[in-house]
Write a protein that binds this ligand. Structure first.
Ligand SMILES: [Zn+2]
Length: 482
C-alpha cells in the first residue's frame, strides 16, 4: 500500500506548484510574454468543469450571460474617480491603430465596470427592469509589477468571471450579496474547498466600492489566497455612469449595484490545497477522468485483461462516470505514476487473477489505499468511493485551515505565529485605520479584514487594541497573502 507524502508540498511549496503545473499538463509558462501563460488541454478541461458549475449556478439564480468588448475608451474609464486611481498604474493602453495615433486612447479591460455601465444606462429604464443581473467569463489584463505566478498573479487573467447586478434599493443589493455568498458556498463545496469570508478594511476595498468581501483559502505554506470577491457599490457607479430607473411613482432614481468576481485562482486553489508529493489530487466533481483502468497483462496468461478492463469501463460510462482505459504498452508502475501526477481520483487495476476470480483492485488517490472488490459491485463501489474521496478531501483541508487560524492578544504573539507555522491570526482591533496599518507594518502581513457576517467580527468583552490600548471593537484577521 502506498503512503501519502506531503514533505515537498509543505516545505517547498513554490517549487512543488511550478513543477506540478508543468508536469501535470496544466499550463506552459514559456510563452514569451511575462505573466501570460498558455493553457494546456488537461488544465483547460478541468477549468471548463469548474466553469460549467458556475454557469449552471448563474442560470439557476437568474443571471444572463453577456459578452463585452475587451477595449474600453479612456473617456469611459475615467468616469469614476476612485476606480481610475485604483487601476491606472496597471492598465495596458492601446494608443495606435496601424501607424496613426488614436483620438481617444483605449485600455484593455482590467475588469469591466467601465465597459458595461455606459450600456447599463441605455438598457435600464424602469423599475420593471430590476433587478438586472448579468455575467461574463472573459480574459482581463493587469500589468502586475509584483512577482508573477501562473494562475495566481498573472498579467492576463484568462478566465475572469464577473457578475454585475443593478437593483432598485440598497436592501435588494444586500440580498444579492447574500445570494453571491450562497453561490460561492455551493461552488466551494463542489471543489471541496473550505474557506473564510472577511470584510475588507476601508483602505483595501475594491476601487469605487462601498464595501468589499473577500473569500480566502489556506495554501500549503500558510499563506492565504483570495479566490472570490463580492462588492456592494451602492450608487457610486450609477452616479458616475448615470444609470437611472423610473420608480412606480414616476421619479428617477439611481440604481444600486453589486459585483461578484472569481478567476482561474479557483483552479490554483484546488491544485494547491488537495495535492501531495505525488502530484495533484482532483475532486471527482471536476476531474476530466474520474476513473482510470489499468490492465496488467501477464505472459502466458490465458485470459484477456484488456477485454475485461473495457467491459468494466463501458459499464461505468453507462452509469455516468468519466472513465479511461490505459492500454499503452508501458509498465504499469509508469502508468500509476502518470495518473497519480494528474490527480485522477480513482484507479482500477485488473490482472489475470482478477479476471479469473471476477474481481478488481481499487486504488484511492487521496489516501493511496488499495482494496479488492467484486466484479459485480464495481459500479456501486466506485460511486461510494468517489463520494468518500470528495468528503475526505474537504475534511482534510478543513482541518488544515482551522489548524492555521489562531487568536492572539498581542503583536508579539502574532509575530510568533508568522515566524512559526504562519496562517491567519485574529487580533483585537479598535477599528481605526491608523492602528490597522500599524499592525500590517509590524507584522509584515495584510489585514484581510474582519470576519463576516458582522456578528462574528465583534471582539470579546474586555479585549484591547494592542496598538493604542483602547477597547477593541473587532477581531481583525491578518495573514501573509498571495
Ligand atoms: Zn487601536
Amino acid at each position: 500500500m502506498g503512503k501519502v507524502r506531503r514533505e515537498k508540498w509543505s516545505n517547498e511549496f513554490s517549487e512543488w506548484y511550478n513543477e506540478i503545473l508543468e508536469t501535470a499538463g496544466i499550463i506552459d509558462k514559456r510563452y514569451p510574454v511575462k505573466g501570460m501563460n498558455v493553457w494546456l488541454p488537461y488544465g483547460l478541461r478541468i477549468m471548463r468543469n469548474i466553469e460549467a458549475f458556475i454557469r449552471a449556478e448563474m442560470e439557476r439564480t437568474g443571471h444572463d450571460e453577456v459578452l463585452f468588448p475587451a477595449l474600453i475608451p479612456e473617456t469611459e474609464f475615467q468616469k469614476e474617480a476612485e476606480h481610475i486611481k485604483g487601476f491606472e498604474d496597471e492598465v495596458y493602453w492601446v494608443t495606435h491603430a496601424g501607424l496613426d495615433p488614436l483620438d481617444v486612447r483605449l485600455i484593455l479591460r482590467p475588469t469591466s465596470e467601465t465597459a458595461m455601465y455606459s450600456m447599463f444606462s441605455l438598457w435600464i429604464r424602469s423599475h420593471a427592469d430590476l433587478p438586472f443581473k448579468v455575467y461574463q467569463i472573459v480574459n482581463v489584463y493587469r500589468y502586475e509589477t509584483k512577482h508573477t505566478r501562473p494562475l495566481i498573479r498573472v498579467r492576463e487573467i484568462s478566465r475572469f468571471f464577473e457578475a454585475h447586478t443593478a437593483h432598485a434599493d440598497f436592501e435588494d443589493a444586500e440580498r444579492q450579496v447574500k445570494e453571491d455568498l450562497e453561490i460561492f458556498d455551493r461552488l466551494a463545496k463542489f471543489l471541496a474547498l473550505p474557506y473564510i469570508i472577511s470584510k475588507r478594511p476601508e483602505w483595501d476595498k475594491f476601487p469605487g466600492a462601498y464595501y468589499s468581501l473577500g473569500a480566502e483559502i489556506m495554501m500549503p505554506d500558510g499563506r492565504t489566497l483570495q479566490i472570490g470577491t463580492m462588492h456592494n457599490y451602492r450608487q457610486n457607479f450609477a452616479r458616475a455612469y448615470d444609470i437611472k430607473y423610473e420608480t412606480e411613482t414616476g421619479e428617477h432614481e439611481y440604481v444600486h449595484q453589486t459585483t461578484f468576481g472569481m478567476s482561474e485562482r479557483l483552479l490554483a486553489a484546488v491544485i494547491s490545497v488537495h495535492g501531495d508529493d505525488n502530484g495533484m489530487v482532483l475532486p471527482p466533481t471536476i476531474a476530466p477522468i474520474q476513473v482510470v483502468i489499468v490492465p496488467i497483462p501477464k505472459k502466458d496468461a490465458s485470459v484477456d485483461v484488456f477485454a475485461y478492463a473495457r467491459e468494466i469501463a463501458e459499464e461505468l460510462r453507462k452509469a455516468g462516470f468519466r472513465v479511461h482505459v490505459d492500454e499503452r504498452d508501458i509498465r504499469p508502475g509508469r502508468k500509476y505514476y502518470d495518473w497519480e501526477l494528474r490527480g485522477v481520483p480513482l484507479r482500477i487495476e485488473v490482472g489475470p487473477r482478477d479476471v479469473e476470480g471476477r474481481k478488481a483492485v481499487i486504488a484511492r488517490r487521496d489516501t493511496m489505499e488499495k482494496f479488492t472488490v467484486e466484479r459485480e459491485n464495481v459500479v456501486e463501489d466506485v460511486r461510494k468511493t468517489l463520494d468518500e474521496i470528495h468528503e475526505n478531501l474537504y475534511n482534510r483541508a478543513k482541518e488544515f485551515l482551522e489548524g492555521h487560524i489562531k487568536r492572539v492578544d498581542t503583536i508579539e504573539e502574532a509575530k510568533e505565529v508568522f515566524e512559526d507555522r504562519r496562517g491567519i491570526v485574529e487580533i483585537p482591533w479598535c477599528g481605526s485605520e491608523e492602528c490597522g496599518l500599524k499592525m500590517e507594518e509590524e507584522l509584515d502581513a495584510k489585514m484581510l479584514g474582519v470576519p463576516y457576517p458582522e456578528e462574528k467580527a465583534k471582539a470579546p468583552e474586555g479585549k484591547r487594541c494592542p496598538v493604542c490600548g483602547r477597547e477593541a471593537k473587532f477581531m481583525a484577521r491578518f495573514a501573509r497573502t498571495y
